[in-house]
Design a protein around this ligand. Sequence first.
Ligand code: AMP
Ligand code: FES
Ligand code: ZN
Length: 328
Amino acid sequence: MKCRKCGGAAVINMRQHKLALCAEDYLAWLPEQVQRSIEKYEMFSPADKVLVAVSGGKDSLGLWDILARLGYQADGLYIGLGIHGGFGYSDQSRALSQAFAGARGLKLHIVEVEAAYGATIPELAVISNRGHGRPCSVCGLNKRYIMNRVAHDGGYTALVTGHNLDDEVAVLMQNTLNWAGGYLARQAPVLAATRPGLARKAKPLCRIYEREMAAYAIVRGIDYIYDECPHAVGSTTLYYKELLNQLEEKRPGAKLQFYLSFLQAKEAGLFSAAASEPDLHACQRCGQPTTAPGECSFCRLWDKVRAVKGLPTRLPASMLQPHVETEP
Ligand code: AMP
Ligand code: FES
Ligand code: ZN
């Protein structure tokens, strides 16, 4: 297989784009695609202070690398979840994120959930008895809260995650199978900061296939964690990803088409009836935006868990700030 641009040996063949490229041309091509999405969906500009949430995986580290190469001011945030299964998942992902930042002289904020709030995510899931034995829902709640908080406290104007096309399409499929109108109306490449205290959120990899990110990380020599979170094994999302891969195998480009036509349908107003701005107000404890009356679900969750663990509850507001370590 030859590179379409220079005729050299191709390292990747993207059937969905009818395009094969050599290492050098691929390393130039992918950031151009990401830049196009950033511009098309008006995610952020070089004047923005960007916070990239990094998990130590290929998508988020690859994204951070691309944003730095494109000249954006992008700092990282790693959240230590205290997941010790799967060969020390959290320790490994933290070490890889730190090594990545250290080697490039990039600034990485680190929040360890246990050190900041008093329990690991798996412990939190067991004690709170949420999510039917899976920590994923409390994990998501904590990650979203901490990301918003660090973005807001650090004066970041955009918060970006490494969600790729495969992630977005799996969610889209789930939402479509359930005709979850509200979720469909809110699923977007960029979410404006509609309330004070909420950072603008963007997914610059929303049109990039997972396989393209894996190839980028390998060709670029980025050391990343190969394993999924051990709690993701057997999840519905992974099941949908497998189904979608079968579809893609038969019809190259099917995932991208599904996603782009969804965005077009939304643009045309197909989900506007379901689009309602949630009624947000400040949590009485921590001040973060919430839909819950009174205190937000993060504050209530931690109150309950700290009480069970015999830790003082009713923390003063300042203690609710995550403990942030900054490197370098
Ligand atoms: P996931 O939900 O694991 O597929 O992750 C989606 C995105 O969330 C990643 O690409 C990261 O941008 C972000 N993310 C996931 N886990 C973490 C973490 N432990 N710390 C910071 N960001 C994370
Ligand atoms: Fe949060 Fe798996 S439970 S990453
Ligand atoms: Zn709160």
